[in-house]
Design a protein around this ligand. Structure first.
Ligand code: SF4
Length: 354
């Protein structure tokens, strides 16, 4: 448990820590007060703002906190935000919110650790990772490494690409902080959505309604700005639709599925930026890495331009999901698209080529 930063003005920026929960417990604030007392209105508004920032920006902006009273409201806004997302009970929102909190903590941890390296050590302790610290790097048990990198798909995280010494994996400090982000994500996600009594959800309906409205607006906007409007997604084969929907929902997608969808969309003529946009909800999204991979598949780096995998390959890797009657007539997802486009009524085709 992190003790030395037990001052609320610092602790409030890491509200998922055990010491933060303890601080809240000992503050004497009850659930009833938190949801209805005028004293805690600032905490409730900030709790709502946390979720709105997650919806709009995908990251939670840390406010300036100077006094203990401000810190206490910031701390209490976190359990209130958890109650809010639980009452809304939307799996996509929960994932987006958790990821935004984890990303914000990661940013802060990078900044804090450059001033004081001890915080990384204490974070490791908090998440029970037995790390050995060296001047320029750290070493952690491969079991912990595998657990916390399960959602990181980039090649550099694969165990075979790391130095393994006596069961311990060598990492740069920055890489270890990225792993801590995964531990934070896991901690925040734990128990969400909470089982909140209906009466409590009813009492905070004003806040949840505001969030639902914003969520709806953002979904409409996202729909309007959907990058593949000219390539009508209604004509996409079920396998590609399934992968895209997982990406949109922030669900982790295998490397093979990412390759398939990227190659498919490149073959349809989507640009690099349009494809990168699709990956932005992924828990392990890193723009530079994604750009590198998209360019590689597009053949922009001196490599060959890859074609989308055939149905046979999709089946082999478990990516042929939801096949329908059109699938029986084709052997390649791109042919599914072409065939469906050809057989659609003229009006739809005109729209698809608009
Ligand atoms: S049969 Fe081919 S196009 Fe149809 S879902 Fe499977 S992989 Fe996709």
């Amino acid at each position: 448990m992190i003790k030395w930063r037990a001052e609320s003005t610092h602790l409030c920026f890491y509200p998922f820590l055990s010491s933060a929960s303890k601080y809240v417990e000992e503050s004497g604030a009850t659930l009833e007060n938190l949801i209805s007392s005028a004293t805690f209105e600032r905490a409730r508004l900030r709790g709502k703002a946390r979720i709105l920032e997650a919806i709009k920006d995908g990251v939670i902006i840390k406010p300036a906190v100077i006094t203990n009273a401000q810190a206490e409201m910031e701390l209490l806004s976190y359990p209130f935000a958890r109650i809010l997302v639980s009452c809304i009970h939307d799996a996509h929102l929960v994932r987006r919110y958790v990821l935004s909190e984890a990303k914000a903590a990661h940013e802060l941890l990078l900044a804090d650790s450059s001033r004081d390296g001890d915080i990384i050590y204490e974070m490791a302790e908090e998440f029970s990772i037995h790390v050995d610290f060296f001047r320029e790097h750290v070493q952690m048990p491969f079991v912990d490494y595998l657990r916390f990198t399960a959602n990181l798909h980039d090649k550099k995280w694969k165990l075979v690409n790391r130095g393994l010494e006596k069961g311990r994996v060598k990492l740069e400090k920055g890489e270890f902080i990225r792993i801590i982000q995964e531990a934070i994500y896991e901690r925040i996600m734990k128990d969400l959505p909470l089982n909140v009594p209906i009466a409590v959800c009813g009492a905070i309906k004003g806040y949840t309604d505001d969030i639902k409205r914003e969520l709806e607006e953002t979904r409409k906007k996202f729909g309007d700005a959907e990058c593949f409007i000219v390539k009508d997604p209604n004509f996409f084969p079920p396998c590609i639709t399934h992968i895209l929907s997982n990406l949109k929902e922030g669900i982790n997608v295998t490397h093979g599925a990412r390759f398939a969808v990227t190659a498919f969309l490149l073959n349809l003529g989507l640009t690099e930026d349009e494809i990168i946009e699709i990956y932005k909800n992924s828990p392990d999204f890193e723009e530079e890495q994604t750009r590198y991979q998209v360019r590689h598949i597009a053949g922009d780096m001196g490599s060959v331009r890859y074609t989308a995998p055939s149905c046979g390959t999709m089946r082999t890797y478990g990516n042929c999901i939801g096949s329908d009657d059109i699938c029986e007539k084709i052997s390649h997802p791109l042919n599914y698209y072409r065939l469906k486009l050809k057989t659609k009524p003229k009006k739809s085709q005109a729209k698809a080529h608009a």
